[in-house]
Design a protein around this ligand. Structure first.
Ligand code: CUA
Length: 342
């Protein structure tokens, strides 16, 4: 008996914990309940409406249940005459009607918010970015009428604050889903079909997102950052990203570039401005400017970069990148060169 009581308590504690996480009492950073854009704001309003209505319904039902239990204990069996039968039937009918009305209301508000989000985006975008999902990383290509002005970055989406940004979603392999809870709902990346989603960020900051559709072994480590910047800062970033890679500044970095070009690295990765033009893995032209590596798995530090190159399978088992066995000095040089790619 005591075992069962403990199990019940455990269940309640876990339930309360899960509920507090769902209610957003956990870290506020990555949460649909802390909207930072017009789309997320509408969705957060909808969530609040659902929670309030559901809470009122639940409390009412529980209250009536408690009332019935307490009253039923005190009383002897009531006489079931015609009048009380009729009353009971009317009460059930009223409760069913109310339930249908509430559900219809919630359904209607859901449709309304969905349409409002779609309608808010009929205007021309001020910036268009194509985001391509791969197992397990993101590429963001900034469209421009001139091909050489296009630029792409990896696992990091920079956007100007307050601008209407259209995101076109593609995938290279399986179905993924882009979700930045503070900014908008989820949208799937489907093979052979281009989906779209809009972002309009209210205030400068870094917003975390991730893949929200199970896509294989490292689905959980397919994260991305949305970095919202004021116009001038964003323009400076874009201009910097358009530049080819900086030439090695010293002999160590030069050796690092040689290591890169003579090892298997160059078969999969592109560094614009060098002969490396592989298209299998993420482009590395400005790797040094990124905050994370391996799609948000590690902070972009020299130690982590070395660890990642040496044994990616230990960091992210199943990742497509093979280990690159290098002599210690070669690895140091390679890391120094990659870090210099600002
Ligand atoms: Cu990509 Cu889950």
């Amino acid at each position: 008996m005591r075992v069962r009581a403990r199990a019940v308590r455990e269940f309640l504690v876990r339930g309360a914990l899960a509920a507090s996480v769902l209610a957003g009492c956990a870290p506020p950073d990555q949460s649909a309940l802390h909207p930072a854009g017009m789309h997320a704001e509408r969705i957060a309003g909808l969530i609040t409406l659902f929670i309030v209505v559901a809470s009122v319904v639940w409390l009412t039902v529980m209250g009536m249940l408690a009332f019935a239990v307490v009253r039923g204990r005190r009383r002897t069996a009531p006489a079931l005459d015609d009048a009380s039968r009729r009353r009971a039937r009317m009460a059930v009918l009223a409760a069913v009607s109310l339930t249908v009305l509430i559900l219809a209301g919630l359904f209607g508000s859901d449709l309304y918010v969905g349409r409002a989000i779609a309608a808010s985006t009929e205007a021309e975008p001020e910036l268009t970015i194509t985001v391509t999902g791969s197992q397990w990383w993101w590429e963001a290509r900034y469209e421009h009428v001139e091909a050489q002005m296009q630029v792409s970055t990896v696992n990091e989406l920079h956007v100007p604050v307050g601008r209407r940004v259209l995101i076109k979603l593609d995938t290279r392999d399986v179905i993924h889903s882009m979700w930045v809870p503070n900014l908008n709902g989820k949208q799937d990346l489907i093979p052979g079909y281009t989906n779209t989603i809009w972002l309009q960020v209210d205030s400068a900051g870094v917003y975390e997102g991730q893949c929200a559709e199970y896509c294989g072994h490292q689905h959980a480590r397919m994260r991305l950052l949305v970095i919202a910047q004021p116009d001038a800062e964003f323009a400076a970033w874009l201009a910097q990203q358009r530049r080819p890679a900086a030439a090695p500044a010293d002999s160590l970095q030069r050796r690092g570039l040689d290591v890169f070009l003579s090892s298997t690295c160059a078969m999969c990765h592109t560094i614009r401005g060098t002969p490396a033009g592989g298209r299998v893995g993420p482009e590395l032209t400005h790797l040094g400017s990124r905050r994370t590596i391996a799609a948000g798995t590690l902070a972009n530090t020299p130690e982590n970069l070395a660890r990642w190159i040496r044994a990616p399978q230990q960091v992210k088992p199943g990742v497509r990148m093979p280990a690159t066995p290098l002599a210690a000095e070669d690895l140091t040089a390679l890391v120094a060169y990659l870090r210099s790619l600002q």
